[in-house]
Design a protein around this ligand. Structure first.
Ligand SMILES: Nc1nc2c(ncn2[C@@H]2O[C@H](COP(=O)(O)OP(=O)(O)OP(=O)(O)O)[C@@H](O)[C@H]2O)c(=O)[nH]1
Ligand SMILES: [Mg+2]
Length: 392
């Protein structure tokens, strides 16, 4: 079964924490657990590479992992895999993260190079754009360190000029949040209040403010603080270097959030882009699911997609997710629109034949994954009420 690929482009200057973040995210989510309906899989080479980075990161007797030396970009591909009620492996969707070095933007601002052109195309085709902001610079901003302003003006600003061309959801990832939490004026606050202060500090830059308030509506803009190591593992020494504390243990914060918001935010934007008549027609059709068995519901969904309103939906999704998996993505979108899944309809043993059971199994896994994403997003928004800078 083909699975839709959601493409994420990550922009971040050197040392922002991209590689370490991806290694921790993968480590936190690459195994089966009862707390989550899916786990991440990747190629063996990539799993080993990320595993080595993680091992080095967490070992307090070793130095930090090395900076990435690959040319200008690297693509990490993760499959979200679930198990159906019989224990069969089901791939629901694929997430591809393209990691661009910030230096690329600085070096190729003349717009002539192939790499620059490639990045433009990737951004046009992205389903989410991540702008990684280095937490050390946020900390320096609170300390009135001149290096912070230089960083925001010479590294983040060119990235955002680029980000403006994107129509997809925009996610600011604030890395090294553990170091931000230690800023004296932020230390005693709740997580939500702390993020509120940081957002207010970022808004002193007109180019950030403009992106949030002026840019056309209909685009999700979020801020997500993450720490790949968690509180107490590292500190900034007297020379300004981040060093590991002896005997520290890693307990990451929010590393599952950037991944979990991709699909819900993208779908939220697609929903907002539909005209009212289409939206009403589609929502009326998907609401019927409560009374239907999975295969019946899929029948309704398929016939809906064949009608004019369905064509509008398919066109809205097709642009960036690829025509070959169009039906699969559209079904995923309708499932998301239909809202939380009822476990009742997943009693697979009650189905007449093999084909119906097969459909019910796939539906159960697909729904559970979407429900998991939604749950993580809600929990995150409860903890950080100011994280959503703009919603469609
Ligand atoms: N305290 C703390 N330090 C971090 C965290 N994440 C990264 N770091 C530090 O930042 C350094 C750089 O992180 P990387 O992930 O290698 O940075 P990168 O964005 O991949 O950088 P390039 O490969 O040079 O583009 C690490 O070696 C750590 O010292 C974090 O969550 N907390
Ligand atoms: Mg790197």
């Amino acid at each position: 079964m083909p699975s839709p690929t959601f493409r994420v482009v990550a922009l971040g200057g050197s040392g922002a924490g991209k590689t370490v973040f991806l290694s921790t995210m993968f480590h936190e989510m690459n195994f089966r657990t009862s707390r989550r309906s899916y786990y991440l899989e990747t190629t063996p080479e990539q799993a080993i590479a990320l595993g080595n980075i993680y091992a080095r990161l967490t070992d307090t007797t070793q130095p930090w992992p090395k900076a990435t030396l690959v040319a200008d970009s690297h693509e990490y591909v993760f499959d979200c895999v679930g198990r159906d009620p019989q224990g069969h492996r089901r791939k629901v969707l694929t997430l591809s993260f393209i990691d661009y070095a910030g230096g690329l933007l600085e070096r190729h601002m003349d717009g002539a190079s192939q790499a620059f052109h490639d990045l433009q195309q990737r951004i046009d085709g992205a389903n989410a754009l991540l702008v990684m902001i280095d937490g050390i610079r946020i900390r320096q901003l609170f300390e009135n360190h001149p290096a912070a302003r230089t960083y925001f003006l010479s590294t983040i600003r060119p990235m955002l000029e680029f980000a403006q061309r994107a129509n997809c959801p925009l996610h600011f990832i604030l890395t090294k949040w553990d170091l931000v939490c230690e800023v004296p004026t932020l230390r005693s606050l709740s997580e939500g209040e702390r993020l509120g202060r940081v957002v207010a500090a970022l808004m002193q830059f007109d180019f950030l403010k403009a992106l949030v308030y002026v840019h056309s509506s209909g685009q999700v803009v979020r801020v997500i603080p993450v720490s790949s190591v968690g509180a107490g593992f590292a500190e900034v020494d007297s020379n300004g270097y981040v060093v590991k504390r002896p005997h520290g243990t890693v307990a990451p914060t929010n590393v599952d959030v950037p991944l979990s918001v991709i699909v819900p935010d993208y779908f939220k934007q697609v929903r907002a882009s539909l005209d009212t008549a289409t939206r009403d027609a589609v929502e009326a059709a998907v609401r019927s699911r409560l009374n239907l068995k999975p295969h019946e519901w899929l029948g309704v969904a398929a016939s809906m997609l064949g009608r004019p309103a369905g064509l509008v939906v398919r066109t809205a999704l097709k642009g960036t997710l690829g025509g070959d998996v169009g039906q699969e993505v559209s079904t995923l979108f309708l499932r998301w629109l239909a809202g939380p899944y009822s476990a009742k309809s997943a009693a697979i043993g009650t189905f007449r034949d093999q084909a119906e059971q097969e459909i019910a199994s796939v539906e159960a896994v697909r729904s559970a994954v979407l429900d998991d994403f939604t749950r993580v997003v809600h929990r995150f928004e409860d903890n950080y009420p100011q994280s959503l800078l703009r919603a469609p």
